[in-house]
Every structure is written in C-alpha cells, then in structure tokens.
Design a protein. Structure first.
Length: 293
C-alpha cells in the first residue's frame, strides 16, 4: 500500500509555501490565504495565459495548463485568474479542434510542445481539453450560471457562443470540448494508443469518460494497463490523478493498478521521483497524494 503519511511528510519537509498549501487543500480542504493565491497567480499575461520559463513573455499553452494544475490543487479554479486562463485557452482552439503553441516559441519550446510537431499538437490538445472538461465539471456542480468571474464577453465570436445557451455554468466550454473530442477520437488507434506521447492516452481516457464515450475510454485504459508494470512513478501518479479528477471510481481496475505501481515505486523518504528532475519531486508526490487520497 501507498504510505500517505510518509508522502505528506515529504511534501512538508521539501515543499515551498505554495506546495505546502496545495497539500493542505488536498488533505483537508483548507483554503490558502489570499496572499498565497496571489503569489501562485503571478506573471499572468493580460490575455490570460502564463509564459513558460523558456518562452520570455509569450503566453504558453503548456505552461498555462501546468499553472492550472497547481491552482486546482489550491481550490482556485473558480478565481478570476484561472477563469481568464481557461477562456484564453478556449479562444486559442484552432479550426481542426486542436491546440498548438505560438509560432514565436518554435525555437525555445521543449519537444513536447514544439509548434509544428504533430505529436506535440496532439499532446497539447489532450491537455487543454482535460482542463476545460474539469472546469465544466466544477461549474456544473456549482449550479445555475449566475455571475461568472471573468466571463467570456471579451472573447471573439466563435464556438463558445453556443455554449452559454443552456443557462448553466457547466456548459460554458461545451462547444470547444466537443470539437476537441472529435479531433481526439479521430486520432485514436485501433489498439487504444495515440500517435503521440503516453500522457495523451490517460488525459483522453479521462475526457472520454466525462463525455460518456466509455468504449473509447476503456480501449485506452486496456492499452495503458499493458504499460503499467513499467510506468514511471510520475506517469502513474498523473494517470491516476487525472482519472480520479473526473470521477472515475477509486476501485476501478485501472486505478487499482496505478496505486499498486505507486506503492512499488515510493521511495523510503516518502516521495516519488519526477521524470523532469528532482526539483519536481514534490509536484509528483502531490499528484500521487491526489491519486490516492
């Protein structure tokens, strides 16, 4: 079994103030201070996106999704900064339903986000669609539309216009998500894989689950199950956290297998190793806690 107490101890010992606040929210729903939330949101561009550390002042799709993941762990997706970011992401959808980084980032973007690369494009499409799905899931749970912070009245006319007609916040990004889902389904291979990175699989499986495309989601999960015994700790944590975030039952066989993999790979200090360097070990450990809590 995963040792959650040891994992919590690792985050307390090695995390910064924002990471410890994320832990408090995940453990007990303790809301961070306004000052800490302001610090977590710093650097947002006027349009709504956040730049990447490698991208100067140009807003990055990938960096904005990473920041939304942090804000989600702080219970802050309903705040104006996150809503502006989500609206910015929605407005960046391209005609075929996908997303790509700004061409200005072509020389600096890492391989998983490089403009013009079809694998990177598919990865960004799955990532953005996941976060728009999560936002709609939260909004639907909140009830009638009412007054939305940072609404979409400032966006150009497009797919989003059809989404507010039902009068419920849960449909704000419906048109964008449906177009993106069609693009993702079109790339799903017969064996349940995608012609892209492994993360596209679990992000798409989560999205398809929420769209009630259960057959497509199950095909992906069968393919992921074959990879589970050798999955890195970071991937196992991200996979399980994504599926749990959209309401997949904790006793589902995919999640049981992911927790088993996390138990096998937890270190003696309570943490898990990141695929992106030790500076992200706390982030990976927080994802594991989200997956197992």
């Amino acid at each position: 079994m995963v040792d959650l107490d040891a994992a919590i101890g690792f985050v307390v010992a090695h995390g910064d103030a924002v990471e410890r606040a994320r832990l408090s929210w995940l453990r007990a729903g303790v809301a961070p201070s306004p000052e800490l939330l302001d610090s977590a949101e710093v650097g947002q561009t006027p349009a709504g996106g956040w730049p990447a550390v490698w991208g100067d002042d140009v807003a990055s799709v990938d960096a904005t999704c990473f920041r939304l993941a942090e804000l989600d762990d702080l219970g802050a997706l309903g705040r104006p900064a996150a809503r502006r970011a989500l609206d910015w992401l929605a407005s960046r959808q391209q005609a075929d339903g996908g997303w790509e980084e700004d061409p200005a980032l072509a020389e600096d973007a890492p391989w998983w986000a490089r403009p013009g690369d079809p694998e990177a494009r598919l990865y960004l499409t799955a990532t953005v669609t996941f976060w728009l799905t999560v936002a709609d899931l939260d909004a639907r749970a909140a009830g009638p539309f009412g007054h939305r912070a940072a609404g979409r009245t400032d966006l150009a006319a497009g797919p989003l216009d059809q989404a507010t007609s039902s009068g419920y916040a849960g449909s704000v990004y419906a048109g964008v998500v449906q177009t993106a889902v069609q693009a993702l389904v079109g790339q799903l291979q017969p064996d349940g894989t995608f012609p892209s990175y492994l993360a596209v699989g679990w992000l798409s499986a989560a999205v398809f689950h929420r769209q009630e495309l259960f057959y497509e989601s199950a095909r992906i999960q069968v393919a992921l199950a074959d990879r589970m015994p050798k999955l890195s700790p970071a991937n196992a944590a991200s996979l399980a956290a994504a599926l749990r975030r959209v309401g997949v039952d904790e006793q589902h066989w995919t999640l049981v297998a992911a927790r088993r993999r996390l138990a096998e790979t937890q270190r003696s200090d309570g943490g898990w190793e990141s695929d992106d360097g030790h500076q992200f070990d706390v982030h990976t450990t927080l994802a594991a806690i989200r997956a197992c809590r």
